[in-house]
Design a protein around this ligand. Structure first.
Ligand code: 5AD
Length: 425
């Protein structure tokens, strides 16, 4: 068994209880919980109680653990890692503790994934959030070294969708297919005026009952205020890296407007405007260290991000980073798991970039802490030119889409089953 497993209370003495589980009977500290009775089922990490659960939940958790590689490892993992995973139950880790987790391998890694999966299960049940993304323009005024949409990339065939085209996609997605969450994404394209975008938001919200994210880069706060009033709900704006020097290096247009502090101030201000915040970073940027990644994780927590949005760096043709190495997917899975432990209620997507590097990424991501997917709704004729990075896949799977949209309470479980079936077939 891994560290966190269910057990039944046999006896209670003040702050301690005797807990029976598959490891036998052990004494655990129950201080964190109140009104515990003999016969109750609890989730316990090593020697302390984390959460009261019911028998049905306990059975489901055992089932979840059955198929995992982390079984029977409790006594085989490094005591320091065990201590860190115990501490993580309190949703707080230091930079150096995160760094230790980013470096673990084999058994320890399996235990980390399993801990994150149980956290997802007990905090969020088996619910998947499915987002549909519409990449409505690939024009960009920025020149980020890593991104295929950068303005210096003259080889990219550019497109812009009209308001009518965007509205048609949104209408179909929400009113015919059943999407409840949409992301409107583009490069930083100011040929759509503030008013154009506000009007678009209004019209989408008039036609579609959906949660609407804007992912359009840095615009003025007054624009974002108007868009919020018009019905926009969320803002997806990554900070890309929390390392200021690295940020400045990869974002060469460092005018006052496009600076490190402008990006962070905007994210903070969007939070104040009550936008649901999706933000995060790239894993494996050239020049990035694991210390940076640990800081990025802490930064997400500090910013109060509700939807951590991150993925591996993937080299993109016709950019200065075309020949650089892609981010390491093993590290990405660890980042998912650590974020799940630190931000228990967060919506963590398994993203397209992950799947571009590992065809099994959706399934792997969903079993190490992720609880959300993002499918592409951009018309194919345009999507093929939304080349943020090379070999970007078109991520929409109609079978999974159906499961995620129509069986929301059980969607995680059903999707996981579907993945497993495909692996076995
Ligand atoms: N690899 C992976 N992700 C990238 N993005 C941009 N370029 C790349 C790349 N080469 C991501 C950025 C941006 C999001 C829209 O796409 O993180 O915020």
């Amino acid at each position: 068994m891994c560290l966190t497993i269910p057990g039944k209370i046999l006896q209670i003495k003040k702050n301690y209880a005797l807990l029976q589980n598959s490891r036998g009977v052990r004494q655990i500290n129950i201080q964190a919980l109140s009104n515990i009775k003999i016969g109750d089922w609890l989730l316990a990490t090593v020697d302390f109680a984390v959460k009261r659960i019911d028998y049905k939940e306990a059975k489901e958790i055992f089932k979840l653990l059955e198929g995992r590689a982390a079984q029977n490892l409790e006594d085989k993992i490094n005591p320091q890692v065990k201590e860190i995973l115990k501490t993580a139950q309190k949703c707080s880790l230091t930079q150096s503790e995160i760094l230790t987790l980013l470096n673990i391998k084999d058994k320890e890694k399996e235990v980390l994934f399993s801990e994150a999966d149980i956290t997802r299960k007990t905090c969020l049940k088996d619910f998947i959030c499915l987002h549909g993304i519409v990449e409505f323009s690939n024009y960009c005024q920025n020149n980020c070294l890593y991104c295929g949409l950068r303005c210096d990339n003259k080889k990219l065939r550019r497109y812009r969708m009209t308001q009518e085209e965007i509205l048609k996609v949104a209408d179909r997605a929400c009113n015919k297919i059943g999407y409840k969450m949409l992301v409107l994404q583009s490069g930083m394209d100011f040929s759509y005026s503030d008013n154009d975008l506000v009007k678009l938001v209004k019209e989408i919200k008039k036609k579609c009952r959906c949660f609407l994210f804007l992912s359009i880069g840095e615009r003025s706060l007054s624009f974002y205020k108007k868009a919020k009033k018009a019905g926009a709900d969320g803002a997806l704006l990554r900070f890309e890296t929390s390392n200021k020097k690295l940020y400045q290096k990869i974002h060469p247009k460092n005018t006052e407007k496009g600076s490190y502090s402008a990006r962070f101030n905007l994210i903070k201000n969007l939070k104040k405007l009550d936008y649901y915040i999706a933000s995060g970073f790239l894993v494996g940027l050239p020049g990035q260290t694991k210390e940076d990644i640990a800081n990025d994780i802490l930064m997400m927590k500090k910013l109060g991000v509700q939807m951590p949005s991150f993925g591996p760096f993937i080299p993109s043709q016709n950019t200065p980073y075309a020949a650089k190495k892609a981010g390491d997917m093993d590290l990405v899975y660890k980042v998912i798991a650590i974020i799940r432990l630190l931000m228990k209620g967060a919506r963590i997507p398994a993203t397209t970039a992950m799947e571009t590097l590992d065809p099994k990424a959706r399934h792997r991501g969903l079993t190490c802490g992720a609880n959300s997917l993002m499918f592409n709704l951009t018309p194919k004729k345009y999507a093929q030119n939304y080349k943020i990075y090379s070999n970007k896949i078109y991520s929409r799977d109609k079978k999974l889409e159906k499961l995620a949209l129509f069986s929301s309470k059980e969607s995680w479980k059903m999707i996981e089953k579907e993945f497993r079936k495909n692996i076995i077939n």
